[in-house]
Design a protein around this ligand. Structure first.
Ligand code: HEC
Ligand code: HEC
Length: 216
């Protein structure tokens, strides 16, 4: 009786030192036992930076982003509904086997992180052009104020993403997607109408302005 008990404890300890340790450091995107936070630290941080503050403008910041928006994008990549070129290239494979629980944990983790901002790009004039469009829209061209959905400080809420502090380069790219290939982001039907009336200098200004937010 005593021996059987000792043996089963020993087996449990051995199983845990081999398995549990690995699960905590695992990069295995196909293992539902690996927590979202572990994946964030071991895998996602390689591109999106530590805590979701991406150093390279090739990768969007995730820190402080809306939880609902983050989860929706991960589901969108997984189902291949969001298929703008960089999403297709990078995020399809990475999200393919994520479980709902991992997606929720990843969204919670990044929504709770503080964004470490990069230096602002763009000159003062461009930033002011962007600010005017962000706050007032361009009524003559049917562009509504961005503040209506993204909030006056660009912090976003729910399905409306945070734009404040996002890399200008990424913002430009996405406005281009909404303008030219909106079918690649089917959840962005509101943005299709918004982007339609924007020209190149509006887009450059908007990208520079939102990266400079929140105003200090
Ligand atoms: C090899 C680089 C790479 C890795 C690793 C990576 N991503 Fe991404 N991710 C990207 C790129 C590039 C984009 C931008 C895609 C686009 O332009 O559509 C992106 C976009 C996203 C977006 C959409 C952001 C937005 O503002 O719409 C989310 C959310 C995201 N990634 C989450 C994750 C998570 C969670 C992981 C880890 C499981 C991860 N990524 C790992 C490269 C990467
Ligand atoms: C009617 C509401 C609405 C208005 C007005 C609006 N947006 Fe959006 N925007 C959204 C929604 C919703 C999304 C998310 C789309 C998705 O899930 O694919 C979005 C997405 C974006 C994205 C992509 C963010 C990312 O992380 O990938 C950018 C950039 C953006 N909007 C910029 C703007 C700018 C600039 C304006 C003003 C010129 C604006 N938006 C006005 C609702 C709006």
């Amino acid at each position: 009786m005593m021996n059987t008990l000792r043996l089963s404890i020993a087996v449990a300890v051995v199983a845990c030192s081999a398995g549990c340790g690995n699960v905590e450091r695992s990069r295995d995107l196909a293992n539902p036992e690996v927590s979202g936070v572990t994946l964030a630290r071991q895998v996602c941080s390689n591109c999106h930076g530590s805590g979701g503050s991406a150093v390279s403008p090739n990768f969007p910041n995730l820190a402080g982003q809306s939880r609902i928006y983050l989860a929706a994008q991960l589901h969108g990549f997984k189902s291949q509904d969001r298929r703008d070129p960089a999403g297709f290239e990078y995020m399809f494979g990475l999200s393919r086997r994520l479980t709902d629980a991992q997606i929720d944990a990843l969204a919670d983790y990044y929504a709770g992180q503080q964004l470490v901002r990069q230096p602002v790009e763009g000159d003062e004039r461009s930033i002011l052009t962007g600010k005017a469009v962000f706050v007032n829209g361009i009524p003559a061209r049917g562009v509504p104020p961005c503040t209506a959905c993204h909030g006056s400080g660009g912090m976003g809420e729910g399905a409306n993403p945070r734009l404040a502090g996002q890399h200008a380069d990424y913002v430009r790219k996405q406005l281009d997607v909404f303008q030219r290939t909106p079918e690649a982001r089917p959840e962005g039907s509101a943005m299709k109408i918004v982007a339609h009336g924007l020209d190149g200098s509006d887009i450059a200004g908007l990208a520079a302005y939102v990266q400079s937010l929140p105003e200090r």
